[in-house]
Design a protein around this ligand. Structure first.
Ligand code: NAD
Length: 329
C-alpha cells in the first residue's frame, strides 16, 4: 500500500472498515501512523479482511451497525464513512436497510463528527450520475437517476447522504469531504459480489462460462484499490476542503468484452463467454473526469489495468473460497 502523504497520529474511524475498500484504507492509515477504529456490521465485510493487522496495537475492531447512534468512547479526529454494501445483489438484498444505512447511518456519523469537532469523508459513488447522458462525467453533472427502480435504494440513498453532508457543511456543523468513487477493484473483493471484475476472474479461474450482460459493448473504468485509497486519504487531508464532491476513479475506458478477453488471456482459461440480458437501469457508459482531483489533490491513478488485474487474479487464485464459486452470479 502507498504511504499517506500525511503522517499524523490522529484517531480515525473507518465505518465499513472490514469491507473491500475499508480494509485497505485501515491498513494504509495504520501504516501512516494513525490509530484506527474500524466499525462494521459484517454484512458484506469479514474479519478475514482485517486479519493481517487485527492485532496491531493501534487498531480496534468494533462490531456495530451505523444505523444505531455510534460513539467509540474516545475522542476522534477523522471519520471515513465507507459503510454500505456496494454491489447490486448485496445492496438489493435488503433495500430498506441500504437506504437506512445511507441516510440514518450517515447522519449518525455526521453527529459523531460534529460532537468531536472532527473531519468527515463520505464514500459516495459514480452511481449518483445514474445512466449518464454526458461523457466523461464531471462533478457538476447532476445525474440521470431512476428514483423508483431497483437500484434506487443505493443511488438515491447515496444522493441523500451527499445532500446531508453539504447541509452540515453549509451550516458550519462539520468539515466534510465527499468522494464520488468509480468502479474500483483489487484483492479482498468479495468473490461472489456480482461485480464485473470479481465475477469474470472467479468464473475464469473455476472454468465456468464468463457471463456478459448485454452485448459487452458497454464501457467501464476500473481503478485499482491502492490508487483509490491514496485519493481518499489525500481528499481527507487537503486544506481547505473542496466546496463540492470530487470524482475518484481511473479515466481509462474499456468495454466489458475487452475486460473479459484480458481476463481469459491472463488466467489462461478456456472458459467460453455467454451473453445475458442487461439488468434494469444498468449504465451504458461510465468514465470519470478526474480533472478536479488532479488539480486539488495532485492525484491520478498510477496502476495500469493489466498490473492491477494480475494482483487481483493472484489473490483469487489463492483463495480457498473459490471452491464455493459454484454460486458465482
Ligand atoms: P463492501 O461491501 O466490501 O464494504 C462495505 C462495508 O460496509 C462492509 O464491510 C459491510 O459489512 C459494511 N456495512 C454495510 N452496512 C453497514 C452498516 N449499516 N453498519 C456498519 N457497517 C456496514 O464495499 P466496498 O466496495 O468496500 O465499498 C465501500 C464504500 O465505497 C461503500 O460505501 C460504497 O458505496 C463505496 N463505493 C465503492 C465502489 C467500488 O467500486 N468498490 C464504487 C463506488 C462507491
Amino acid at each position: 500500500m502507498p504511504k499517506s502523504t500525511i503522517g499524523r497520529p490522529d484517531t480515525v474511524v473507518v465505518a465499513g472498515g472490514a469491507g473491500f475498500l475499508g480494509s485497505h484504507l485501515c491498513e494504509a492509515l495504520l501504516m501512516a501512523g494513525h490509530r484506527v477504529l474500524c466499525v462494521d456490521n459484517f454484512l458484506t465485510g469479514t474479519k478475514a479482511n482485517v486479519e493481517a493487522f487485527a492485532s496491531h496495537r493501534r487498531f480496534r475492531l468494533i462490531a456495530g451497525d451505523i444505523c444505531q447512534p455510534f460513539d467509540p468512547g474516545e475522542p476522534v479526529d477523522r471519520v471515513y464513512n465507507l459503510a454500505c454494501a456496494a454491489s447490486p445483489p448485496h445492496y438489493q438484498a435488503d433495500p430498506v436497510h441500504t437506504m437506512r444505512t445511507c441516510v440514518v447511518g450517515t447522519l449518525n456519523l455526521l453527529e459523531l463528527t460534529e460532537r468531536n469537532g472532527a473531519r468527515f469523508l463520505q464514500a459516495s459513488t459514480s452511481e449518483v450520475y445514474g445512466d449518464p447522458e454526458i461523457h466523461p462525467q464531471t462533478e457538476s453533472y447532476t445525474g440521470h437517476v431512476n428514483c423508483t427502480g431497483p437500484r434506487a435504494c443505493y443511488d438515491e440513498g447515496k444522493r441523500a447522504a451527499e445532500a446531508m453532508c453539504f447541509d452540515y457543511l453549509r451550516a458550519g456543523r462539520a468539515d466534510i469531504r465527499v468522494a464520488r468513487i468509480f468502479n474500483t477493484y483489487g484483492p479482498r473483493m468479495h468473490p461472489r459480489d456480482g461485480r464485473i471484475v470479481s465475477n469474470l476472474i472467479v468464473q475464469a479461474l473455476t472454468g465456468r462460462p464468463l457471463t456478459i450482460y448485454g452485448d459487452g459493448s458497454q464501457t467501464r473504468s476500473f481503478c485499482f484499490v491502492s490508487d483509490l485509497v491514496e485519493g481518499l486519504m489525500r481528499l481527507m487531508e487537503v486544506d481547505p476542503a473542496p466546496d463540492g464532491p470530487v470524482n475518484l476513479g481511473n479515466p481509462g475506458e474499456f468495454t466489458v468484452i475487452d475486460l473479459a478477453s484480458m481476463v481469459l488471456e491472463m488466467t489462461g482459461s478456456r472458459s467460453p463467454i455467454v451473453f445475458r440480458p442487461l439488468p434494469e437501469d444498468d449504465p451504458k457508459r461510465r468514465r470519470p473526469d478526474i480533472g478536479l482531483a488532479t488539480e486539488l489533490l495532485g492525484w491520478r491513478p498510477a496502476v495500469p489495468l493489466r498490473k492491477g488485474l494480475a494482483a487481483t487474479i493472484h489473490h483469487f487464485a489463492r483463495e480457498a473460497v473459490l471452491e464455493e464459486g459454484a454460486t458465482v452470479p
